[in-house]
Design a protein around this ligand. Structure first.
Ligand code: NAD
Length: 302
């Protein structure tokens, strides 16, 4: 079997077009222009690229993208002050703090990442890290959804790959990808309806024993591990759908967590790396920024 390539780039372009058109209507109706503020602390080269990509994506969708670059020497208090300033700024609708934060501030203490993320106003929390938004997701009445898992749901939906009644194995239990992914697919009703929810979910992680056997039971296998090509062909059930979240640099190549060639021989469909899940993450960030602007608009009107 040669697996169908699930083209995340194409789906992301589709979603971004839809968002651009909604942003244009929102602005035309006199609601102002949605604005995403990104805070970047320090000089991490990968983070600089990510933030620039987000700025560009905003621009193309008609969203204002503002980046606040703070030096490596920024302290926790200074960062919290900046976040509070943006929380209060009515022209800013979404706030994201680019991770990872530098290891040390100039006061000799590291950042308390949890406290920093908790400081973002839940109505502007476009990364969906706030406990309020995580709690709402958990209870099945989501507001913002975390961008990467939401992108995966969109991809499955738009390729008509239903998860309802299927066994989904998610490998990796990070707060950003694995845990919310498992939770979203286990809900009765997802962001794209019941078909891309209602899964029987197994959440595997670094202490899981018999990973190979568990993976082989998956109708849909989602790998978010961060270990290059660790999911081999023999770990995949013939005909399964494979979603590879991993982005790993090996020499001058980017590879996923799945061995693409081996997996393509066994799976029925698979996301490539690059060009799979990655582009969807930014598309869903734009979606959340528009949603944030709509929510704040409603809150101000009432
Ligand atoms: P993380 O490092 O926070 O978590 C990795 C998880 O993998 C942990 O929960 C751990 O328990 C599990 N794990 C580690 N080794 C394992 C093993 N041998 N067997 C089973 N489980 C194991 O990772 P993350 O932030 O979720 O990111 C995972 C990967 O996804 C990384 O490559 C990251 O770059 C990529 N990523 C991609 C996007 C995107 O937009 N495509 C977004 C976020 C993360």
């Amino acid at each position: 079997m040669t697996a169908e390539r699930l083209d995340g780039k194409k789906i992301a372009a589709e979603i971004r077009e839809e968002i651009a058109s909604k942003v244009a209507s929102f602005t035309r109706e006199g609601n102002g222009t949605p604005c995403l503020a990104a805070i970047l602390v320090g000089e991490d080269p990968a983070s600089q690229v990510y933030v620039r990509n987000k700025e560009r994506a905003c621009e193309k969708s008609g969203i204002i993208g503002r980046t606040f670059r703070l030096p490596d020497s920024t302290t926790q208090d200074e960062l919290l002050t900046k976040i509070e300033e943006l929380n209060q700024d009515q022209s800013v609708h979404g706030i994201l703090v680019q991770l990872p934060l530098p290891k040390k501030g100039n006061d000799g203490k590291g950042f308390d990442e949890r406290a920093v993320l908790d400081a973002v106003c839940p109505l502007k929390d476009v990364d969906a890290f706030s406990p309020v938004n995580v709690g709402l997701l958990m209870q099945g009445r989501h507001r913002f959804l975390p961008c990467t898992p939401h992108g995966i749901v969109q991809l499955l939906h738009r390729y008509h790959l239903a998860t309802s009644g299927k066994h989904v194995v998610v490998i990796g239990r990070s707060d950003i990808v694995g845990k919310p992914m498992a939770m979203m697919l286990a809900q009765r009703e997802g962001s794209c309806g019941a078909d891309t929810a209602n899964a029987t979910v197994t959440l595997a992680h670094s202490r899981t024993t018999n990973l190979k056997e568990i993976c082989r039971q998956a109708d849909i296998l989602i790998a978010a591990v961060g270990v290059p090509e660790m999911i081999r062909g023999e770990m995949i059930r013939p005909g399964a759908v494979v979603i590879d979240v991993g982005i790993n640099r090996v020499g001058d190549r980017l590879v996923g967590d799945v061995h693409f060639d081996e997996a393509s021989e066994v799976a029925s469909a698979i996301t490539p790396v690059p060009g799979g899940v990655g582009p969807l993450t930014i598309a869903m960030l734009l979606h959340n920024t528009l949603l944030a602007a709509e929510l704040q608009n409603q809150a101000n009107a009432s």
